[in-house]
Design a protein around this ligand. Structure first.
Ligand SMILES: Cc1cc2nc3c(=O)[nH]c(=O)nc-3n(C[C@H](O)[C@H](O)[C@H](O)COP(=O)(O)O)c2cc1C
Length: 145
């Protein structure tokens, strides 16, 4: 299985989340920043995990936006994806970790398959988020065997 984990980060939380998934759940995956992702041929990826950072008022970062546009170059019908992004609830319900929603809508629009419901994690509740992710991905890996 060809697995790619992408993150963007300002303060490090989403990088650490990507690293957690990489080290503990998907050790054979590649872990890259969104900035490094624009040369990856997504046709060759089976499982895409996104740990996006939310910036501005519920917006993508510049590098996430580039990747968002890059997605349209590919047919993603055989891609499975999972999105888990850390944000800050103090930015309000509409804006909280909204990068997760933006990518979810885009990937659904391109008919990619969801591994499980996308997850928004508050930066003060990361341990709980990691537990949910661990359960989801472990279950998925068992069903693939
Ligand atoms: C300028 C700025 C704008 C932000 N806007 C949002 C936002 O709209 N929604 C949100 O959930 N978090 C927002 N955040 C908070 C970050 O998403 C949050 O701190 C998160 O932990 C950052 O992830 P990181 O540690 O990977 O950089 C913003 C942070 C900054 C500095």
């Amino acid at each position: 299985m060809n697995t790619l984990i992408l993150y963007d980060t300002v303060y490090g939380h989403n990088f650490e989340l990507g690293e957690y998934i990489h080290q503990n759940l998907l050790p054979d995956s590649s872990l890259l920043s969104f900035k490094e992702s624009l040369t990856v041929k997504l046709d060759n990826i089976d499982l895409l995990i996104l740990c996006p950072c939310t910036s501005g008022e519920g917006q993508l970062t510049v590098n996430e936006e580039k990747f968002y546009n890059y997605l349209s170059e590919f047919s993603l019908k055989s891609l499975t994806y999972y999105i888990a992004g850390i944000g800050d609830q103090n930015f309000g319900r509409e804006n909280f970790a909204n990068a997760v929603n933006i990518f979810d809508q885009r990937l659904q629009y391109q008919h990619a398959r969801q591994l499980g419901p996308s997850l928004k994690i508050d930066y003060e509740d990361i341990d709980n988020g990691q537990q949910i992710i661990t359960k989801k991905i472990s279950k998925y890996l068992k069903t693939r065997k």
